[in-house]
Design a protein around this ligand. Structure first.
Ligand SMILES: Cc1ncc(C[n+]2csc(CCOP(=O)(O)OP(=O)(O)O)c2C)c(N)n1
Length: 277
């Protein structure tokens, strides 16, 4: 178990590194804050939990990973490239003309991606449909859907939550990137969500709360069996802009063009943390 955690931590660090390098090199900037929240979640999902075949991305029995917060496409692209879905060099062309990788996800250009996303609030409805389809087909694959706390401002998400519980979709796991910020500021000041776990439990979901940057806690939550045929909801507490000192834990981290100096500083900090581990 310890070596598995170490291996996944190393992969998460590589994803962090890819995000920072892309942020440094991408002309217009990227959604840096809400990508740096996803590294550990992506590492655990793509390299341990989900059953995937990068050489056969349309394999019928693959688990479905749906990134509903489509602006997290740098973290997704890094994880998918490193898992072998496409060459890592594609990241160097992120958001340039004719690149397969864009600021929001385009499933027609990006091999192995389940849905296009970027317009917030839709992924969970698709995930519920996928999980229900698997159930009807008596298929064994699982559906994983990553959503943002900003998306919980959308009514469609709560309809999907109702639906998932109504159909007892215990083949569906939602991972919430609970970084406490949207584009406008703190969620609790703009559209309060708390007490969130209690609300979700009242909606009949099996709810777990973890540190979203802790590989061990994430693994444990993914592995825990949901009781009474309930769908699973993992509240992953994360830090927006984690690792970039000037914006860490601030709404300002959402989208901006990082300076070369700040990017290099953050990359150097990653390197020394990695050397200590
Ligand atoms: C339907 C819709 N409305 C508005 C936007 C513009 N927008 C982009 S990101 C964002 C909110 C960011 O907060 P959150 O969704 O919590 O993302 P995170 O903090 O995880 O990056 C908004 C409003 C959008 N992409 N889709």
């Amino acid at each position: 178990m310890e070596s598995k955690i170490k291996e996944l931590s190393k992969i998460a660090t590589l994803i962090d590194k890819d995000i920072l390098t892309t942020a440094r090199d991408c002309a217009v900037g990227i959604h840096i804050g809400g990508n740096l929240t996803l590294s550990q979640i992506m590492a655990v999902l793509f390299f341990e939990v989900a059953n995937l075949d990068p050489k056969n991305p349309h394999w019928e029995d693959r688990d479905r990973i749906i990134l509903s917060k489509g602006h997290g496409n740098v973290a997704l692209s890094s994880a998918m490239a490193r898992r072998g879905f496409f060459p890592l060099e594609e990241l160097e062309k992120f958001d340039t003309f004719n690149s397969m990788l864009s600021m929001h996800i385009d499933k027609h250009r990006m091999p192995g991606v389940e849905i296009s996303s970027g317009s917030l609030g839709h992924g969970l409805s698709v995930a519920v449909g996928a999980a229900l389809g698997a159930r009807m087909d008596k298929a064994q694959w699982q559906t994983y859907c990553i959503i943002s706390d900003g998306e919980l401002e959308e009514g469609s998400v709560w309809e999907a939550l109702m639906c998932g519980a109504n159909y007892h979709l215990d083949n569906l796991t939602v991972i919430l990137d609970r970084n406490m910020f949207t584009i406008e500021g703190p969620t609790e000041e703009t559209m309060a969500l708390e007490p969130l776990a209690e609300k979700l439990e009242a909606f009949n979901w099996f709810v777990l709360t973890v540190d979203g940057h802790n590989i061990e806690e994430l693994l444990e939550a993914f592995n825990k069996k949901s009781p009474e045929k309930k769908p699973k909801f993992i509240i992953a507490n994360t830090i927006k802009g984690r690792g970039v000192a000037s914006v860490e834990g601030k709404a300002d981290s959402h989208f901006f063009k990082i300076s070369k100096e700040d990017a290099e500083k953050a990359l150097a900090a990653l390197k020394s943390a990695d050397a200590e581990a």
